[in-house]
Design a protein around this ligand. Structure first.
Ligand code: G3H
Length: 523
């Protein structure tokens, strides 16, 4: 695609349909217009459903699940894998368009948009491989204390999947695909931005899965999600977004003990730069960690603590690197800072900066535009604040934007106390070269956060690694293999080791009479 401007070739997507019960159903009611954060370019519209359609969707999902007796939940693993393989094939055909929409709808730079698409395809393929492995280990009987058992994993029911706007494709698929492939049925609601990019995929869903196995829902949460949650029919909530919304949704369920939740919520990952850190590494990794995709990653480094002894040099070098970041439009070669999709985001970031300045911080990269936004008020220039203290909002609030707060320390208890007292507990990065110091810091931090990165930025990948958080940052663990587990429950068939039971089990497996009781090996 190179630096071609996608809006020149893309016509507005007037999406009037949503996927209901295997059909692309036309919505005659109101629609929601979608504008790009880039020059408010009109991109198209999508349906804005109401409670009536939401309940029709729920009924379709209930029929597909059929209390666990539907076609999909009772299908063999290999048949379900075949459907997902078909979907992946269809999805790949839409690569170009989805990437264009990622750039236009959320302002994600071209290489990052391409990575998001390709990583998602890899994730789906890896999920298939992981499921085959899981199935192979369960395709045998075990005998314990004279009891024969076959232990497998079964689906949980109806999963409501809601992804975030910063990774609208990837993070949604990291819950949607494992949920589906394990035999659950899914209702999927796109994030607040990055909605139209699902339009080209609806047909792929329709052609790959039986009716009702996946339904899509569009509209305002209180209108369309509240009736689903309060019906009590949702078995699993897979939600990536704010803790506030997650709490509202969970409280709407009449039987909270029944509801399983997989949540990816706020984070305020700190970087700690020790006096003996390799500064080249510390600068390049904190730059990537704090400012890639404008700092709009849940895993972004959102607070930096640098040792007093090296603070001058770190600040000078970090500031120089920030000044080199190209600000522009997503398809421009080498661009790093792009327009932000959230309305009023620049005003919010400016308020954070003003608050910090009023309380004694300086914008140390004023010369290269720090603290300002472009004329359109959607691009916020990367802004470095120093010294940041605990009275400032930016010290604790998740900025989710290109503002980098930096504090210095002499005593390591300062950043450690920050982490201990933080309501969040996703990840931390530590930069240093002394083995004893690093070892002791690691031991302090592993009970505070879920991933400690040494001389490396915070990040989710590789997707085979567990991704989770403590405290207010997450519930449940995702990775290619963990996701298969969270969307299923262990179920076993057990029989006392008597002659009649042995005879029964061997006849059933030999004649392939059951999908669960089976010793078939999935190749
Ligand atoms: O927004 C949160 C994403 O899961 C971060 O993923 O670390 O690969 O950018 P990433």
């Amino acid at each position: 695609m190179s630096s071609q401007q996608p809006q020149q070739s893309l016509r507005p997507i007037e999406q009037n349909s949503y996927l209901l019960d295997g059909k692309l159903t036309t919505h005659l009611g109101s629609t929601e217009k979608v504008y790009s954060p880039i020059n408010r370019l009109y991109l198209g519209h999508h349906p804005k459903l109401t409670q009536t359609e939401a309940l029709a969707i729920l009924n379709s999902s209930l029929r597909a699940w059929a209390r666990g007796r539907g076609e999909w939940p009772t299908m063999s693993t290999s048949e379900r894998i075949a459907c997902v393989e078909k979907f992946v094939c269809e999805m790949q055909k839409e690569r170009e368009l989805v990437i264009q929409l990622l750039m236009l709808e959320i302002g994600k730079p071209l290489p990052d948009s391409e990575r998001e698409f390709d990583r998602t395809i890899d994730y789906i393929k890896d999920t298939i491989t992981a499921l085959k492995d899981l199935d192979r280990t369960s395709s045998r009987f075990v005998i314990e204390q004279k009891i024969i058992g076959q232990i497998r994993r079964s689906p949980l029911g109806i999963v409501l999947c809601m992804g975030p706007f910063n990774y609208p494709l990837n993070e949604t698929f990291t819950t949607l695909i494992p949920a589906l492939i394990m035999g659950n049925v899914a209702i999927f609601k796109p994030a607040k931005f990055g909605v139209l990019l699902w339009a080209p995929l609806l047909r792929a869903f329709q052609e790959s899965f039986p009716p009702g196995v996946i339904n899509t829902i569009y509209g305002d949460g209180p209108e369309v999600i509240a009736p689903l949650m309060s019906s009590g029919a949702i078995d699993v909530l897979a939600f990536i977004g704010s803790g506030k919304v997650a709490d509202i949704l969970k409280k709407q369920h009449p039987n909270p003990h029944r509801l399983r939740s997989i949540l990816g919520l706020e984070a305020k990952n700190p970087a700690i730069i020790l006096a003996d850190a390799d500064l080249d590494l510390a600068v390049s990794e904190t730059l990537l960690g704090s400012l890639s995709f404008n700092g709009q990653r849940c895993t972004a480094i959102k607070m930096i603590f640098v040792h007093e002894q090296i603070k001058e040099e770190f600040l000078a070098r970090f500031t120089l690197e920030v000044s080199k970041l190209k600000v522009g439009l997503p398809w421009e070669e080498g661009v790093k800072i792009t327009p932000l999709p959230e309305e009023n985001k620049c005003n919010y970031l400016r308020a954070l900066v003003d608050d910090a300045v009023a309380k004694g911080a300086a914008i140390i990269n004023k010369q290269s535009g720090g603290g300002t936004s472009k004329e359109d008020n959607t691009t916020f220039m990367p802004t470095i604040l120093y010294p940041v203290t605990k009275e400032m909002r930016i010290h604790n609030e998740e900025q989710f934007g290109p503002v980098v707060p930096i504090a210095s320390f002499t005593d390591i208890t300062t950043p450690i106390d920050y982490i201990i007292n933080s309501p969040y507990g996703q990840q931390a990065s530590i930069f240093g070269t002394d083995d004893q110091t690093i070892a002791s810091l690691v031991d302090h931090l592993v009970n505070q956060v879920s991933r400690v990165n040494i001389n490396s930025q915070c990040q989710r990948g590789p997707d085979a690694f567990p991704f989770t958080g403590r405290k207010d940052s997450a519930e449940g663990t995702l990775s290619v293999s963990d996701a298969l587990r969270v969307f299923s429950i262990r179920t076993l068939v057990a029989a006392k080791e008597s002659p009649i039971n042995k005879q029964l089990l061997s006849t059933i497996t030999r004649n392939h009479q059951s999908k669960f009781l089976s010793t078939d090996f999935l190749f």
